[in-house]
Design a protein. Structure first.
Length: 266
């Protein structure tokens, strides 16, 4: 089995470059922000960070394909880098420090492309998380200064902490009743949003989280970090991996109950 460690080292180099670019423009008074056709914001920093990452990949991995939120897919083949230059753009443009660059490498296999490397870098929080298939998940300042991640062992909903992004998406999908029933059963709920709850599931600080509508670049890096930390990452349909257009992540022990509630009256 490939060890993917060279790819992981490259992903850290990409994240370093993106961090420098995004932090340089974070809280800038003259930051340019536009509205995309889907009515979500995009800043000049989103585009600059993705361009930087694509430029590095073109030099270091010219045969690999790249899929990014801002510039789409380029190239073909069995290996594909998936990039969200700023996950949490709404936070970024308002000066909230909860945003991250998500970088994943996906490889063709049974059931389609699956993530084999992931880096989630949140420079305004001073945090970075990463994983490579078969090597576990870690958090720290660098590859040489890191601690291994492990999901929690909480096995009862009444003891569980559940994180989510917002209520509106669940309502739009007709899943709000089951979602609210779940919130009444758990010990604690918090709306952290974006990449952060998945990283907290991997760290064992939160026991489960879910979002009703996502793109592949929102999920690919998160998925490998959660699973390499010993957790479960599926769509709301139970399909493993980041391919369902939505996500549920947990420590594994609570996963069936999590999916049961979110699909309750759907």
């Amino acid at each position: 089995m490939p060890d993917y460690l060279d790819d992981l080292r490259l992903a850290h180099v990409l994240a370093d470059a993106a961090d420098a670019a995004t932090m340089d423009r974070f809280k800038a008074l003259d930051l340019k922000v536009e509205t995309k056709p889907d009515m979500t914001p995009v800043s000049e920093a989103d585009r600059a960070a993705e361009e930087l990452i694509r430029g590095h990949l073109q030099r270091a991995r010219p045969r690999d394909a790249v899929l990014g939120e801002e510039y789409g897919v380029e190239g073909t083949g069995p290996r594909r880098w998936v990039v969200d230059p700023i996950d949490g753009t709404k936070n970024y443009v308002r000066g909230v420090p909860v945003w991250a660059t998500l970088i994943a490498l996906m490889e063709a296999g049974e059931g389609g492309f699956q993530p084999v490397v992931g880096v989630v870098s949140a420079p305004a929080l001073g945090r970075r998380w990463w994983a490579a298939r078969g090597h576990g998940a870690f958090s720290g300042r660098s590859l040489s200064s890191a601690s291994r991640l492990q999901v929690s062992r909480v096995s009862k909903l009444s003891d569980a902490s559940f994180a989510y992004s917002s209520l509106s998406g669940w309502e739009e999908q007709g899943r709000l009743d089951g979602f609210l029933d779940l919130t009444r059963e758990v010990w604690r709920t918090r709306a952290y949003g974006d990449f952060w709850p998945y990283m907290m599931v991997a760290e064992g600080a939160v026991d489960m989280c879910a979002e009703p509508e996502l793109s592949l670049w929102d999920m690919a890096a998160n998925a490998i970090v959660v699973t390499e930390a010993g957790g479960s990452f599926t769509g709301l349909d139970g399909r493993p991996g980041p391919h369902s257009g939505n996500a549920a992540a947990s420590n594994g022990l609570l996963h069936d109950e999590l999916l049961g509630y979110l699909n309750q009256r759907y």
